[in-house]
Write a new protein. Structure first.
Lengths: 307, 108
């Protein structure tokens, strides 16, 4: 009934509204804007042609512009622009050997992300459909590592006043550690199907500890401006959070309110940051608990049996 | 010169081989194959560099037609042979893979 209602009434009304909106937009923006869009498309084509050797450039630009001005596209400035944007984005493919370099870089990045996810590349070669999931998982692991590493670098440089190279080194070390621990937990989760509850809780608690550590470090960076505010500095010399100054100046009720709100804010921040850190692990866990058995596990088991 | 034979290159060659003597303009090829221009133009440039295809300008008078002359692409004699070999090779390997898969699925 609802589908029938949509087909007979809502869809035609929506289409008419869209047509009216498009007509109104065209009337408002006018010919000048359409001309600008066409000009932008031409500029993008010329930019894309810069990837070509000089002797091929002129012919290429002439050919593509002739296509833009053809009957098929002449009255469709948006299509012209989309085509030009697509060409500009992929312009590295025009360079002799350029697409090869991009392809290799993509492959290298892809395999790094798959490694970070803890998935077995050999199994993925049998199950290419799972590669996207593993890549996304690896991306989020790397993101969490980078996130915590940069937080540590900021804390080391900004609060502990370490030299920038030392702070950066500390950041890199922490980033590598977080990625390795997260990867370890994912490897354990990837490699076994329906493990015992004990091992499940062990890896879950490790994951929560890691998430808490990362969250605390990131929180230091986020709350740093508050901590270093002159009004909450103790003796004015050491950059430490001294609550005694507040006790002297604030009423008890207000103090409880401020600290209560602060605690709530900190708690919420903890939960959000820990949720971000736990995302890859939880994604893998939900995938196992929620749906049918993933084909990755079936192939993994078959390979183990064959060996 | 060799051309890296991706699925999209093979698709484009297969479509062009449907009319081996025919001439195609870029948008027409992209419309038939479903390849986006950002991927299609670099493929055509690679085929041109490898001398698998050649281009010539559409024989029209731009003032009469009211539009510039397009570039038309067609196989060179050598390019056509290369393309036929590549597409046939790809189809054979696909068929072999299909047979292997079928044999694996069938019970012994």
């Amino acid at each position: 009934m609802t589908a029938l209602l949509y087909l007979t009434f809502v869809t035609p009304v929506l289409l008419v509204c869209l047509w009216l909106a498009a007509t109104a937009l065209q009337a408002v923006v006018g010919e000048e804007a359409i001309g600008q869009v066409k000009r932008l498309a031409r500029v993008l084509v010329k930019r894309a042609a810069r990837s070509l050797p000089p002797d091929e450039r002129e012919t290429f630009i002439r050919d593509v512009l002739a296509e833009l001005d053809s009957d098929e596209l002449e009255d469709r400035p948006l299509s012209q622009l989309l085509m030009a944007i697509d060409l500009w984005i992929h312009s590295s493919g025009l360079r002799p050997g350029g697409s090869e370099v991009v392809r290799r870089l993509r492959q290298r990045l892809g395999s790094t992300l798959v490694w970070c996810s803890g998935a077995d590349a050999r199994i993925l070669s049998y199950v290419p459909a799972e590669r996207g999931f593993a890549t996304a998982l690896g991306g989020s692991v790397l993101l969490v590592g980078g996130f915590s590493g940069s937080a540590v670098a900021f804390v080391a440089g900004g609060r502990l006043f370490l030299d920038p190279p030392v702070a950066a080194f500390a950041g890199v070390v922490v980033c590598a550690l977080v990625v390795l621990i997260e990867r370890f937990l994912l490897v354990v989760e990837f490699s076994t199907w329906r493990r015992s509850w004990v091992s499940f809780f062990w890896s879950l608690s490790l994951q929560i500890m890691l998430a808490y550590l990362v969250a605390e470090t990131v929180k230091l960076v986020l709350l740093q401006p508050v901590v270093l505010e002159p009004s909450v500095l103790g003796d004015g010399l050491s950059p430490q959070y001294d609550r005694s100054s507040e006790v002297l100046t604030e009423g008890v009720g207000q103090l409880v309110w401020i600290h209560g709100r602060e605690a709530l804010f900190e708690g919420m921040l903890d939960v959000i940051l820990m949720a971000i850190v736990c995302t890859p692990y939880v994604a893998l866990l939900l995938r196992r608990l929620g749906g049918p058995r993933p084909i990755y596990d079936l192939v993994s088991e078959e390979l183990r049996k064959a060996e | 010169m060799t051309v890296r034979l991706t699925t999209q290159v093979l698709h484009l060659l297969a479509v062009m081989l449907e009319e081996p003597e025919g001439e195609w303009y870029g948008l027409e090829l992209f419309r038939v194959t479903g390849i986006k221009p950002g991927t299609g133009y670099p493929i055509l440039q690679r085929l041109l560099r490898a001398e698998w295809v050649e281009r010539r300008e559409e024989p029209i008078d731009p003032r009469v037609e009211g539009r510039p002359a397009r570039a038309l692409y067609r196989f060179t004699p050598g390019g056509r042979l290369h393309a036929e070999d590549a597409v046939k090779g790809h189809l054979t390997s696909l068929a072999q893979k299909g047979r292997l898969k079928k044999a694996r699925v069938q019970p012994a």
